[in-house]
Design a protein around this ligand. Structure first.
Ligand SMILES: [Zn+2]
Length: 172
């Protein structure tokens, strides 16, 4: 039977037409940038949802392939995220009104601890609607430090109380 499907012939054809297919693909992407972006985003979201280990491994490999570029990108996305959050929340300190961009920081009104992943992932969560911006505000570095100090003192007090409580229960 002639014309039967031969995987080796198909592989050879794919190899032969590779440059042509790449050229067509690039032309299509240039002609339909929005569709191309949507397809890429859908692919990345699917991968992150179904194979998160692959995403982590790729990021890890990307870092060790070129740490300097990786850090540069991370810094740029953090800067962008900070700009967007300051735009969203208002670029002034919520306590004293300080408006010097060099000292403004984004803070959680109700603290969430120090493992929230930095300003870039914070902005991503706000953008995706996973985290509400109503729990965020902008503070100057001084007011942020004061607030954090009070919070950590309160946390230590409540932790000490809890410990006393537990020890009393153990003694009883
Ligand atoms: Zn302030």
């Amino acid at each position: 039977m002639s014309g039967a499907w031969d995987p080796r012939k198909r592989a050879a054809w794919m190899q032969r037409t590779r440059a042509d297919r790449t050229r067509r693909d690039r032309a299509w992407r240039r002609a339909n940038p929005d569709k191309a972006r949507a397809i890429g985003r859908a692919y990345r979201e699917k991968l992150a949802r179904e194979r998160p280990a692959i995403v982590v491994a790729r990021r890890h490999r990307g870092y060790w392939n070129n740490p300097r570029v990786h850090r540069e990108k991370a810094r740029r996305s953090a800067d962008l995220a900070r700009t967007k959050l300051l735009e969203l929340l208002g670029p002034w300190c919520g306590f004293c009104g300080e408006a010097d961009d060099a000292v403004l920081q984004v803070d959680h009104r109700i603290p969430v601890g120090n493992r929230h992943g930095g300003v870039a992932s914070l902005w991503q969560r706000v953008r995706r609607g996973v985290e509400t911006p109503h729990n965020l505000h902008v503070l100057c570095a001084n007011d942020h430090a004061r607030k954090t100090r009070v919070e950590s003192t309160l946390w230590r007090v409540s932790e000490a109380k809890a410990r006393i409580h537990t020890e009393e229960e153990a003694a009883a």
